[in-house]
Design a protein around this ligand. Structure first.
Ligand SMILES: COC[C@H](NCc1c(COP(=O)(O)O)cnc(C)c1O)C(=O)O
Length: 323
C-alpha cells in the first residue's frame, strides 16, 4: 500500500546456533534491529506516515517512548514532511538527540509516554494540517508490521514455525504479528508475548479479562512503557493462541547480554525480554505446562531491536541487575 518504495528494509532471518543449543530445538531470529531506525517500528510507522501524506496531511506529530518517534522522524524526512516528536522524561537524552538528528523538533512532556501522547494530541488540535502518529494503536501500524511475518514465511522456505516469540509494549507489534500470521495462513501458530514486571500492561489485562491501566512503569524496559495496551490486543487474545509471559528485568538484561555475546547484536532491554524466552527458558516452562507442544521443530524470535541503547548503557543495566 502507498506509492513509492517502502521505508523499511527486508531483514535477515538467521538460524541461531547458540539459541538452538539453549532451546534444544531450531531457533531463528528475525533481525529487525537492522532496520534504518534500529527497530521494527519503521514497518508500521512508515506505512502510517505514507498513508497520512496521501490523505493530505503535511505535518507529522508523533508521540513515543523513543523508537516510534525515531521511526516517525525518519519517515517524515524520507517523505519530505516536517515532524514534531513528543517524548516523556523517561526517554534518554541519547535517544532524543538521535531523533533531533533526523531534523525533527523534539518536545519532552510528562513522566511516561501516556502524558506525552496527551500533549501530542493537544498540539494537533492547533494545526489541522498535522496528523498524530500513535506509536502502537492504529490499523495502518498493525498492517505495516504484518510485513515482518510475510518476510519470515518467505525466508523459512516452506517450514512452518511452531511458535513465534515477540514482546509487548502497547501491543502494536503483537497485533501486527497476529495479523501477519493470519495473512500467511499460519493462524494456528501460537505467539508468546513477552513483558517485564513493572511494564506488564498486557498480562494485567489478560488476567483481569479487561483493559488495565498500570499505576506507573517501574521496569527498566522503558520502551515497553505503555500504562495500557491497545484494546485490539485483548480482542486478538480472545480469538488467537497468544501466551502472555512476564520476566523480571534481570532476565531481559541477561537476554541483551547473551544476544550481544552470541550474535554481536546490541538491543534494548525490551528486545532482551523477547530473547529471554529462550535464554531464561520460558519456552521450556510453557512446554512443561502443556501450553506449547513438547517437541518444537521451529521457533522464531522477533529481535525487535531498539535505538536507545549503547554499550555504556547496557553495562550500567548489567551493574544495576548485579549480573
Ligand atoms: C512506550 O514506548 C512505546 C514504543 N516502543 C515500543 C517498543 C516495543 C513494543 O512495541 P509495541 O508493543 O508498543 O508495539 C518493542 N521493542 C522496542 C524497541 C520498542 O521501542 C515507542 O517507541 O513509542
Amino acid at each position: 500500500a502507498g506509492s513509492g518504495p517502502e521505508l523499511h528494509i527486508k531483514t535477515p532471518l538467521l538460524e541461531s546456533i547458540p539459541m538452538t543449543k539453549v532451546a534444544g530445538c531450531p531457533v531463528y531470529i528475525k533481525c529487525d534491529n537492522m532496520q534504518p531506525t534500529a527497530s521494527f517500528k519503521i514497518r508500521g510507522i512508515g506505512l502510517r506516515c505514507k498513508k497520512a501524506l496521501e490523505a493530505g496531511y503535511t505535518r507529522i506529530i508523533s508521540s513515543s517512548g523513543g523508537n516510534a518517534g525515531y521511526a516517525a522522524a525518519y519517515a517524515a524526512r524520507q517523505l519530505g514532511m516536517p515532524a514534531t516528536v513528543v517524548i516523556p522524561e523517561s526517554t534518554s537524552k541519547f535517544m532524543a538527540d538521535k531523533i533531533r538528528g533526523l531534523g525533527a523538533d523534539v518536545i519532552v512532556h510528562g513522566k511516561v509516554w501516556d502524558y506525552a501522547n496527551e500533549h501530542a494530541l493537544q498540539l494537533a488540535k492547533e494545526d489541522s494540517s498535522a496528523v498524530v502518529i500513535h506509536p502502537f494503536d492504529h490499523p495502518d501500524i498493525w498492517e505495516g508490521h504484518e510485513s515482518i511475518i510475510v518476510e519470515i514465511q518467505d525466508q523459512l522456505h516452506g517450514k512452518k514455525p511452531d511458535v513465534v516469540v515477540t514482546c509487548v509494549g502497547g501491543g502494536g507489534l503483537l497485533c501486527g504479528v497476529v495479523q501477519g500470521l493470519q495473512t500467511v495462513g499460519w493462524g494456528d501458530v501460537p505467539v508468546v508475548a513477552m513483558e517485564t514486571f513493572g511494564a506488564e500492561s498486557f498480562n494485567a489485562a489478560v488476567k483481569a479479562g479487561k483493559l488495565v491501566t498500570l499505576p506507573d512503569i517501574t521496569s527498566m524496559c522503558k520502551c515497553l512503557g505503555a500504562l495500557q495496551v491497545s484494546p485490539k490486543c485483548l480482542e486478538y487474545h480472545s480469538k488467537y493462541p497468544i501466551l502472555s509471559c512476564v520476566v523480571p528485568d534481570k532476565d531481559a538484561i541477561g537476554g541483551c547480554l547473551r544476544l550481544l555475546d552470541d550474535h554481536r547484536i546490541l538491543v534494548e532491554p525490551a528486545c532482551g525480554a523477547a530473547v529471554s524466552a529462550v535464554y531464561s527458558d520460558v519456552l521450556g516452562e510453557l512446554r512443561a505446562e502443556g501450553k506449547l507442544p513438547k517437541k518444537l521443530g521451529c521457533v522464531v524470535v522477533i529481535v525487535c531491536g531498539g535505538g536507545a541503547i549503547n554499550l555504556q548503557m547496557l553495562l550500567k543495566f548489567k551493574e544495576d541487575c548485579n549480573l
